[in-house]
Each structure stands twice: as structure tokens, then as C-alpha cells.
Design a protein around this ligand. Structure first.
Ligand code: ZN
Ligand code: ZN
Ligand code: FE
Length: 763
């Protein structure tokens, strides 16, 4: 039967060879029509036999080019236009919006094959690349993406490279970073005094040094890594000592999937992620036969693993001997990743023994992306290299909306037409360097995306840096969005949920509209607005920030506040070496000195972690909660402790009975794993009870729940809550393309602001 359809494809479909692919696919099914780029992606008109069209649609997703990433395919019937052939036609896009910002990609198999072929003129060349792989975003100075506008401009092509570059039939046709040993960038090995070590083969020497247990800073695609042999105990400890990073897990790079399998469990889904062109760090469960140095990921059931993604990385593993390297971002604590040679030499003095550097300049630093498969779904911990700046499709026109994100794990997000661009991971906006980094990357992307600056969106926290930064930009309008509402809106926008939903937001900290610290919330609403239905009972954080770094303070404060004199005695019994400080804490609480009130999931986890003796001092953000979560097994269901639901104007969840029971269990020397498991289950049960209670009054119509906030990286909470909610008849949604942590705040801010803009236009 003859038929015709219009197809809209959105996502990363421009500048990745998508139109030629569609052209070939249409031909193979004897279909006529056209394909073109438009403002939001690729537009296809197709006519022919219905079965052929259906087969085409199936292949469109399955056989799409390596570098494309389809976000959405929309198909609608069309009148038959009686086309006579299939052709690629002129883009509907105009002006600067024609310009595509390409992403960095892991080296492809074709290039690797050449690199390993002794007869190829790029044999063992660490900068081999083609149109389907190599650096992009990180080396662009200006758009359009053309060699003279990249840091490759300082390497004039040799004749051989030029021939390939200019030949339309060659797989390096218009591969902008094309290079070879004759004309391209070179590596150098440099010592601590920034002096070059003259060497025939700097990579071979680097391997030898790594084998000796040395620490080497290696310049990669998005910045410097600090490396050492992941099986060498002394080297790992040395790296930890020099970097002053006592326990935070280090990521590793394994030579191959089969090497990684020796120490980590890998599902098919996880293998696909490891081998994807984005090549993220994937958080995997350690294998029973785990045999990397203890210091790599101490006290963790999991390990972050990536595969070599640049040709240089592959060469490091080529000369037998090394199979797994620690590869951690080289950045001074709290600062952006180092990417300039001079800065690396300066900041890494005394940390790395040598530097393996190269003369292809990095312009836009990007961190490795970090991802895990959580309850069968993608869970981004950090969305950066390889994914930035992929466009997301929006349900409406979001032109001119620019969201500045959160204070922690900051990202920004820019809207243009029906596309949303999330920028790279910036970090915590807590020092000059990171703030400068934020502005530099925001300015570049604003220029490249070329959208008018209409509405800025910021977090409602009065002390966040964004409040100051936004004043440096010229916006007609500044919209403030409450932190957890942004978390909720992010998940709703990602799944295109338009009605009202229930939002369960479990998070670290966020500024609440009553001036307290929120982060354990049950909301009802949509992107436009929310009603706060339930939250965690507030407890004092005497000393504020200090309680976060030293969770034992938070634990003691909770016991004192919730259980008075009995709580004070329990706290002293559990932290016997802190008796004096505990008395001071009590005084501070009684007098309300330097004390804020908080009801957050992150702080609750901190307190329980400290109480049960897991983490009393945090050496990195989230440590106490992460270490506690590691002890709970998500394949098990634990008995719950008791809790109360307090009914007043807002339903309040009160864990005071649980905290006392935990304190008693700790004193009775009950196992930490049991305590952690029961604590997790109590959190789940309390939320389910609260929802049941709310259901009796106002929620009988809502069947949609979104789970968001950083605590949903927690595997037990995610799995168990999703299961129980589904059993109760709810449709459960979690963020899958955008981080559930604060890295997703800017995306949610944009969605919320767009809804407000739409509402104000309707009035
Ligand atoms: Zn390639
Ligand atoms: Zn060349
Ligand atoms: Fe948050």
C-alpha cells in the first residue's frame, strides 16, 4: 500500500553524518522523498510502500551513525506528494543557528586498526582521528567547526593528510583535527622541573615509569589526569598522600572490557556504555576476585571504570605489562580540572613525578562523565565529556531562557527554539577559579548557540554565587526557582509530563522558602508551581557548615534536640571522646547560637552514618552518606525502625524513635550493615506511609510520581521506593538523561521558567 509520512528526528543528529545515512537508508528501501536539517534536528519526508516505510523507521534508530544520539522520533502521516527520487535538500536553518557544536568522541575501531598496523603511516600515532572520532568541543575556538578555528590551526597539514582531507570518498574527508606523525601534534615527557626528557619514545618511557610505581600527569582530551598503576599498592598510597585525598574512590582505566571483567561485574548494558563513543566512567560492582590495590576504592562495593578513549591512552596499554591505571582528574581540591600546561606544572609540582604532555592545546576543559546503571536505568552522576553540548528537545519554544544552575555540581543550561543545551560540569561555585571557569564556558556557549539573553534563571538561595554572577549579565528578567522545585521540574521535563505529579525529592541541601534548609520533600505540582505536602521534621545544625564536614556533630545535635537529656547521654556514650564539645553543642542549640534548621535526606544520612560509626568526619562531599549506603544491600529487604508522622498544616516525618533505636543498637554492637539496611528501609516506609496518609485527603487523583534529588543515586532507596510505589498503582519516573543531583538543577530551572513564561503570556 502506498503511503507518505513526515518524520522529525531530534537529538544529536546534525554534524554526525545523519543526512547521508538517511539518504542511503531510503535508497535501500526504494523510498522517495527528502531529508534536511531544520532548527531542531532533522526533517524527513518519505513516500513509498507502507512496509518499506515501517522497515525504514525501525532501522533509523538501530543503524544510526556511531556519533548520533536520537532523543526523539516523531512520525505523522502526510499527503502523497509523488516525489520521483530521494534527495538531501537545503537546510531550513539560517544564520548562526546553522552551526553545530560537535562533541568529543572516543577513538573509533577503524582508526585503532590503522594505529596498530606497522605499515600504516600513522602507526602508533597518538593523535590519529577521523570524522567519526577525536577531539571537537575541547579544541574549538570559534564556529563554524573548521580547522582554522580550532587549536589545530597551528599544525599545517602535510600532503598526505591534505589528500585525505579533501577527498570526498575518504573517511577523513573534512576531519578537522586530521594529523599524522609528520605534520601533527607530538608528545613529550617532562620532569618535575618542566624540563623535557629527550626520548625516542616518550610513551614507552612513560609505561616503564608507571611500572616503577611513579605518578604521572597525563594530558588527555579534556584536561590532565593523574595516573599510576592501579595494582601497585605503594603507588596508589603515594598518590593519595600527595593529593591529600585519603579515601575518596579513584576512577580507573582498564585496558579492555575483558580486563575490567577480572575485577568488576559488567552487564551487557554496562558494557555498551563503557564502549560507547562517549566513553564515560561507569560505576560497576566489584567482582569477588577484585584484585586492584586496596587504596583505589577503599570500603566500597563499587568501582568507577572507564576504557581508553584517546589513541594516546590505547598506546599506554599496548606494550604489555600494564592492564589497569588509576586515572583521576588532576585538579587542586575544589578547583576546575587543569588543562593548561603551565598551570599543570605549577599546581602538580610535588604531586606528579613526570608529565606526559602534548602540544595540541585544550581550550575548553571537560571532566570525564560518570554514570551508573541504577535499578536497570541510566543514572548520571556527572554529565560532561562526550555528552556536552548535545541538544535536548523541548516541548515548547525556550529561546532566550538561560539557567545558571546551582551552587554545587554546577552546570548551566541555554534554550534556543525547541532545543535545550546543558553545558559542561563546572563544579562548586566556591572559589574564584571555578567562578571564572563558569563565566568563560557560559560566554562561549552563549555566543555559539546565539540566542538572545531574555530571562535568567537562578536558585532562590540569597547567598548563592549565581545571585551575584547574574548581575554581570544584561537580562530583561531574572527568575528565581526554589531548588527542589527545579529538581522536580527537571524530571518532569525530561519525561514530558504535563499534568500534575507528586514529587519525592531526597537531596543534600537546598534553600527553602521558609528560610530553613530543605531536602526531604513531598511536593505536588508541575513545572509552573508546587505545593509542599510533607517534609522531614527540622533539626538544628549548630555551626552550619561544620556539621556537614563533621557529621558526628549533626548526629549529636539530632539526639539532643529530639530526646533531650536522654539524647545528650546517648550522644556522649556513642562519642565518648567528644563529651566537652557535645556540651557546647547543647548550649548552642538551647540558645539558638549560629544554628540553622534543616530537614534534608543528605544530613539525615550523615547523622546515621556518624551514629553507627561509619563516617564521623567527611573528607569529601557526600562521604558519610555514600559509605553508609555501601553497607545496605539493595537485593535484600530489611526490617524497619519506628517513625512518627506529625500532622499539622504540613505533614511532617519524624525519625526520633528510629534515631534512639539506632543509638541503642550501636551501643549493643549490632552490625553496621544491619543498622544501615534498617535505616534505609525506614526512610522508604516513612515516605510510603506519608503518601498513604496524604492519599486519604487530597491525592486520590494523582497517579504519577517523580523521584529526584541527589539521594536517588542511592541504589536501595531508588529500587525499593520505585517498587513499592508501583505496587500502590503509581507511575514512577526518575531522571535518566540528566543527573538527579544538582548537575540537573539548571535543566529543571529552565523548564520551570519556561512554564512561568508561558503562564504569564496566557494571562
Ligand atoms: Zn576514527
Ligand atoms: Zn600529516
Ligand atoms: Fe539538590
Amino acid at each position: 500500500m502506498p503511503a507518505a509520512v513526515n518524520i522529525a528526528v531530534r537529538g544529536r543528529v546534525q554534524g554526525v553524518g545523519f543526512r547521508p545515512f538517511v539518504f542511503q537508508l531510503a535508497h535501500s528501501y526504494q523510498l522517495c522523498g527528502t531529508v534536511q536539517n531544520n532548527m531542531d534536528g532533522v526533517k524527513i519526508y518519505l513516500e513509498g510502500q507502507l512496509e518499506m516505510i515501517q522497515a525504514f523507521l525501525e532501522d533509523l534508530r538501530k543503524k544510526a551513525p556511531r556519533l548520533s544520539k536520537i532523543d526523539e522520533i516523531m512520525v505523522e502521516d502526510s499527503p502523497i506528494l509523488h516525489a520521483v527520487d530521494f534527495s538531501i535538500i537545503e537546510s531550513e536553518r539560517s544564520g548562526t543557528s546553522k552551526l553545530v557544536i560537535p562533541i568529543d568522541s572516543a577513538v573509533c575501531d577503524d582508526c585503532l586498526k590503522e594505529m596498530n598496523d606497522p605499515n600504516d603511516f600513522r602507526y602508533q600515532y597518538p593523535f590519529i582521528n577521523c570524522t567519526q572520532c577525536g577531539p571537537r568541543y575541547t579544541i574549538i575556538e570559534e564556529l563554524p567547526y573548521d580547522r582554522p578555528y580550532t587549536t589545530m590551526k597551528s599544525f599545517p597539514m602535510c600532503e598526505d593528510c591534505r589528500r585525505e582531507y579533501e577527498d570526498p570518498a575518504n573517511r577523513r574527508h573534512h576531519a578537522q583535527p586530521i594529523a599524522c606523525p609528520k605534520c601533527g601534534p607530538k608528545v613529550r615527557l617532562v620532569n618535575q622541573d618542566a624540563k623535557e626528557i629527550i626520548s625516542e619514545n616518550p610513551i614507552k618511557d612513560t609505561i616503564a615509569l608507571l611500572k616503577e610505581g611513579k605518578i604521572i600527569a597525563i594530558k588527555g582530551i579534556g584536561g590532565y589526569h593523574l595516573c599510576c598503576d592501579a595494582r601497585n599498592k605503594q603507588a596508589v598510597l603515594l598518590l593519595r598522600n600527595r593529593k591529600n585525598r585519603p579515601v575518596r574512590p579513584l576512577a580507573v582505566m582498564a585496558a579492555s572490557v575483558s580486563i575490567a571483567r577480572e575485577f568488576a561485574e559488567i552487564s551487557d548494558f554496562e558494557e555498551e556504555l563503557l564502549e560507547s563513543p562517549e566513553a564515560p566512567i561507569v560505576i560497576l560492582r566489584k567482582q569477588k576476585s577484585y584484585d586492584l590495590a586496596d587504596g583505589v576504592a577503599p570500603n566500597m562495593k563499587t568501582i568507577g571504570v572507564m576504557l581508553p578513549y584517546s589513541p594516546l591512552h590505547h598506546l599506554l596499554f599496548s606494550n604489555a605489562g600494564l592492564s589497569c591505571l588509576v586515572m583521576t582528574s588532576a585538579n587542586p581540591s575544589g578547583m576546575p580540572i587543569l588543562y593548561k600546561d603551565e598551570e599543570a606544572f605549577q599546581y602538580l609540582a610535588g604531586i606528579s613525578d613526570y608529565y606526559l604532555v602534548h602540544n595540541r592545546e585544550i581550550l575548553h576543559p571537560v571532566d570525564d562523565s560518570v554514570i551508573q546503571v541504577n535499578n536497570g536505568k541510566l543514572d548520571f552522576l556527572r554529565r560532561s565529556r562526550g555528552y556536552v553540548p548535545d541538544p535536548f528537545s523541548a516541548a515548547e519554544d525556550v529561546t532566550g531562557v538561560i539557567a545558571f544552575g546551582s551552587q554545587q555540581k554546577n552546570t548551566f543550561t541555554i534554550g534556543r527554539n525547541q532545543q535545550i543545551f546543558i553545558g559542561p560540569h563546572i563544579g562548586d561555585l566556591e572559589n574564584m577559579e571555578t567562578i571564572a571557569h563558569f563565566k568563560q564556558e557560559l560566554d562561549h556557549l552563549l555566543k555559539w548557540i546565539d540566542t538572545p539573553k531574555m530571562a535568567a534563571v537562578i536558585d532562590a538561595h540569597p547567598d548563592y554565587e549565581n545571585q551575584k554572577i547574574v548581575k554581570e549579565y544584561d537580562f530583561d528578567e531574572v527568575i528565581e526557582i526554589q531548588h527542589h522545585h527545579a529538581h522536580m521540574a527537571a524530571c518532569m521535563a525530561e519525561h514530558r509530563l504535563s499534568g500534575k505529579a507528586l514529587g519525592i525529592i531526597l537531596d543534600g541541601t537546598g534553600y527553602g522558602m521558609d528560610g530553613n534548609v530543605w531536602g526531604f520533600e513531598i511536593f505536588y505540582g508541575d513545572a509552573l508551581d508546587f505545593e509542599r505536602l510533607a517534609h522531614l521534621h527540622y533539626t538544628p545544625l549548630p555551626g552550619g557548615e561544620k556539621c556537614i564536614r563533621e557529621p558526628w556533630r549533626n548526629a549529636a545535635a539530632m539526639l539532643i534536640d529530639l530526646h533531650g537529656i536522654e539524647g545528650l547521654q546517648l550522644a556522649k556514650a556513642i562519642f565518648p571522646d567528644k563529651v566537652k564539645e557535645i556540651d557546647i553543642l547543647k548550649l548552642m542549640i538551647d540558645r539558638g547560637m549560629n544554628t540553622v534548621f534543616a530537614g534534608t535526606c543528605g544530613r539525615l544520612f550523615d547523622a546515621v552514618s556518624a551514629l553507627s560509626g561509619v563516617t564521623t568526619f567527611s573528607s569529601y562531599e557526600g562521604e558519610a552518606a555514600i559509605q553508609l549506603a555501601e553497607l545496605a544491600d539493595e537485593d535484600f529487604i530489611y526490617p524497619a525502625y519506628s517513625f512518627h508522622l506529625l500532622e499539622s498544616s504540613i505533614l511532617t516525618i519524624d525519625f526520633s524513635p528510629m534515631l534512639k533505636q539506632i543509638a541503642l543498637d550501636v551501643l549493643a554492637k549490632k552490625s553496621k550493615g544491619q543498622i544501615s539496611g534498617s535505616f534505609h528501609e525506614t526512610v522508604v516506609q516513612a515516605i510510603m506511609s506519608a503518601i498513604e496518609r496524604l492519599g486519604e485527603t487530597k491525592l486520590d487523583l494523582v497517579r504519577t510520581v517523580v523521584l529526584s534529588g541527589g539521594s536517588f543515586h542511592n541504589r536501595y532507596l531508588r529500587k525499593r521506593l520505585s517498587a513499592l510505589l508501583q505496587e500502590s498503582g503509581f507511575q514512577v519516573y526518575v531522571p535518566e538523561k540528566v543527573p538527579c543531583n544538582d548537575g540537573g538543577i539548571s535543566y529543571g530551572q529552565l523548564a520551570a521558567a519556561a512554564a512561568k513564561r508561558r503562564a504569564s503570556k496566557c494571562v
